[in-house]
Design a protein around this ligand. Structure first.
Ligand code: ZN
Length: 166
């Protein structure tokens, strides 16, 4: 175990398989959704904020400037498909399927099976207000990368409980 894993207060869960961050820089199972940020295939300056809700599989996809994705009309666009594929690498297909309540066949599913099971219920278009909160969570995570490594306490992290009794 590396030093940062041992010293982390939260349990560090390793990726099921390694991911390529360039295509899908951010993916998480949170707020009752699979949600994340997907790079545009054609424009390096543009990203899509995509999500699929647990249970209903209601989906949303829009740009970081809140323009709706042209591909996400009536069915999952390629961004959402990439998001599902990357979430399977990150969390494993079984965990993604359970979180989203996707009706997959017994046994260990794969990304294709999870995508197909959710597409089969003809999911509705979701409410795109989620996009702003997903994007701000992403930017918040990015902000930590900008911090200069120091040993002084980070005021924002003070709500973490101490790891050892004094
Ligand atoms: Zn899209």
């Amino acid at each position: 175990m590396s030093y940062w894993e041992r010293s982390s207060t939260a349990r560090v869960t390793a990726s099921a398989r390694p991911r390529k961050l360039a295509k899908v820089p951010f993916v998480e199972l949170a707020d009752g959704r699979l949600q994340g940020v997907v790079s545009s295939g054609s424009d390096a300056g543009r990203v899509y904020v995509s999500s699929v809700a647990a249970g209903t599989h209601a989906f949303t996809c829009s740009t970081n400037n809140n323009r709706p994705c042209g591909g996400a009309r009536g069915s999952f666009c390629n961004h959402i498909r990439s998001l599902i594929a990357e979430s399977v690498l990150q969390y494993g297909a079984g965990r993604v399927a359970r979180y989203l309540k996707a009706d997959v066949a017994d046994g260990e599913p794969d990304a294709q099976a999870v995508t197909a099971a959710m597409g089969a219920v003809r999911p509705p278009q979701g409410d795109s207000t989620a996009a702003a909160s997903v994007f701000s969570r992403f930017l918040h995570h990015l902000a930590y990368l900008e911090l200069t490594p120091v040993t002084a306490p980070l005021p924002e992290m003070q709500w973490f409980p101490p790891t050892r009794a004094a």
